[in-house]
Design a protein. Structure first.
Length: 276
């Protein structure tokens, strides 16, 4: 039985853990060949091994999506390893929350860089490859659709107190999505976004009042959600619970499948019916 993505080359940033890990596994299950990225090499290699265990192919491009030259290296890894570029999922990111009067310039810029500037640079680096491939295919009468899926959030669609940096970046990526759908339509590229609602990951499992942290380039970043807020939020979710990383990955897959070939410039909220 063949998969719907057989032979397609998919680049997924931030795919060493959580939602990104599940996105990689989902695309692999449909036959895609994966370029796995994570800030740290170990989780990236673990995801690659999990992909290979399914019988699919995977290579690793570890490192920060915000570092100079990363975007070009990411695209080159896909081309050198598999000779193609068919799917880009801009998923890498984290949160670094504060109310506006306590937020530092560093906090603001770090979140803008990882959620907005990095996807821009990856798409810019991909343009020469996508343009050349599209011209080759058009010359022989082929219509080949490629996919870009940008990850947004309900913080970007509706705002969220304490997350002015994250909300701004995730709103911005929706603008990127709509613009790139118009720019790249002539290349037969579908550019869409998935805005996640409450999904259970390492960024949300800990308590905001506790000591849950993640390490980002030698910085300890406090993460977590206020338990009372999470309980209140769960009551407001029509489906009655927060989502799983596997369900989040399923939403991303919808925009990678051939059934979405005539959908572009759109976003879908994966949040169990909850919006803000």
């Amino acid at each position: 039985m063949t998969g719907k993505l057989d032979g397609r080359v998919a680049l997924v940033s931030g795919s060493g853990r959580g939602i990104g890990h599940e996105i990689a596994l989902k695309l692999a299950s449909e036959g895609a060949r994966l370029v796995i990225n994570d800030l740290d090499a170990d989780p990236a290699n673990e995801t690659a091994e999990a992909v290979r265990a399914t019988g699919a192919e995977a290579v690793v491009c570890a490192g920060s999506v915000t570092e100079d030259g990363f975007a070009e290296r990411f695209i080159k890894t896909g081309m050198d390893s598999f000779g193609g570029l068919d799917i880009i999922v801009n998923n890498a990111g984290y949160t670094w929350d504060s109310v506006v009067q306590k937020m530092t310039d560093e906090q603001w810029q770090a979140i803008i860089d990882v959620h907005l500037t990095a996807p821009f640079k990856i798409l810019r680096a991909a343009q020469p490859v996508i343009s050349a491939k599209a011209k080759e295919e058009a010359a022989v009468g082929q219509e080949v659709f490629r996919k870009v899926v940008n990850i947004s959030s309900i913080a970007g669609t509706g705002g969220n107190a304490g997350q002015i940096n994250y909300s701004a970046a995730k709103a911005g990526i929706l603008g990127v999505t709509r613009t790139m759908a118009k720019e790249w339509g002539r290349y037969k590229v579908n550019v869409n976004a998935v805005a996640f609602g409450p999904i259970r990951t390492r960024l949300t499992e800990g308590s905001a009042d506790g000591d849950s942290t993640i390490q980002v380039e030698e910085k300890e970043i406090k993460v977590g959600v206020n338990p009372d807020l999470l309980t209140q939020m769960e009551r407001m979710i029509p489906l009655g619970r927060v989502g799983t990383p596997e369900e989040a990955a399923g939403a991303v897959y919808l925009f990678c499948a051939p059934e979405s070939n005539f959908i572009s410039g759109q976003h879908v909220i994966c949040g169990g019916g909850f919006v803000i």
